[in-house]
Design a binder for this molecule. Structure first.
Ligand code: MN
Length: 199
């Protein structure tokens, strides 16, 4: 198998009460697993089996829809699990905290703008904090399983932080209340991991 489902770096119930265990089990074990399975099926016997998912995303316009959808799904979820954690939340410090303040004013203003991107994404997709080619931070969002690495993205850059706003990410606990999910999610953001990605 070229691509494999990464293990969750914490227990499925570790993000409660903000994200419930059943949601995590289905999201990781069913949804993410299906992206991996379908990506492997789409690339079976092709040289891309030996490429990184990042390289595939960067040239995604060369590939058919199953690679874009499932490859994006694999990249996005692999990132998503790592930038969350138990005993997390709060505000970033150090160079990342300084860069967020420089780009957005204050941490609260950053969160307001990020939440606007997350709640304003019509249908399924993701909100992102990215570092662009000039090293500046920016907030963007993408539809479906696209991401800012992709050559088809409206705003391109390296994802530092991503928030999944597909209904499968929150519906069991929050139903139609996407803004409540987005607000609660800040309590599980693992800023140490985001800072590593920034560095
Ligand atoms: Mn998802």
């Amino acid at each position: 198998m070229a691509f494999t489902l990464p293990a969750l770096p914490y227990a499925a119930n570790a993000l409660e009460p903000h994200i419930d265990a059943r949601t995590m089990e289905i999201h990781h074990g069913k949804h993410h697993n299906a992206y991996v399975t379908n990506l492997n099926a789409a690339l079976a016997g092709k040289p891309e089996e030996n490429m990184s998912i990042e390289e595939i995303c960067k040239n995604i316009s060369k590939y058919p829809a199953p690679v874009r959808n499932n490859g994006g799904g694999h990249y996005n979820h692999s990132l998503f699990w790592t930038i969350m954690g138990p005993n997390a939340g709060g505000a970033p410090t150090g160079a990342l905290g300084d860069a967020i303040n420089a780009a957005f004013g204050t941490f609260d203003e950053f969160k307001t703008k990020f939440n606007a991107a997350a709640t304003g994404r019509f249908g399924s997709g993701w909100a992102w904090l990215i570092k662009d080619a000039s090293g500046m931070l920016a907030i963007t969002s993408t539809p479906n399983q696209d991401n800012p690495l992709m050559d088809v993205a409206e705003v391109k850059g390296t994802p530092l932080l991503g928030l999944d706003v597909w209904e499968h990410a929150y519906y069991l606990n929050y139903q139609n209340r996407r803004p409540d999910y987005c607000a609660a999610w800040w309590n599980v953001v693992n800023w140490k991991e985001v800072a590593k990605r920034f560095a």
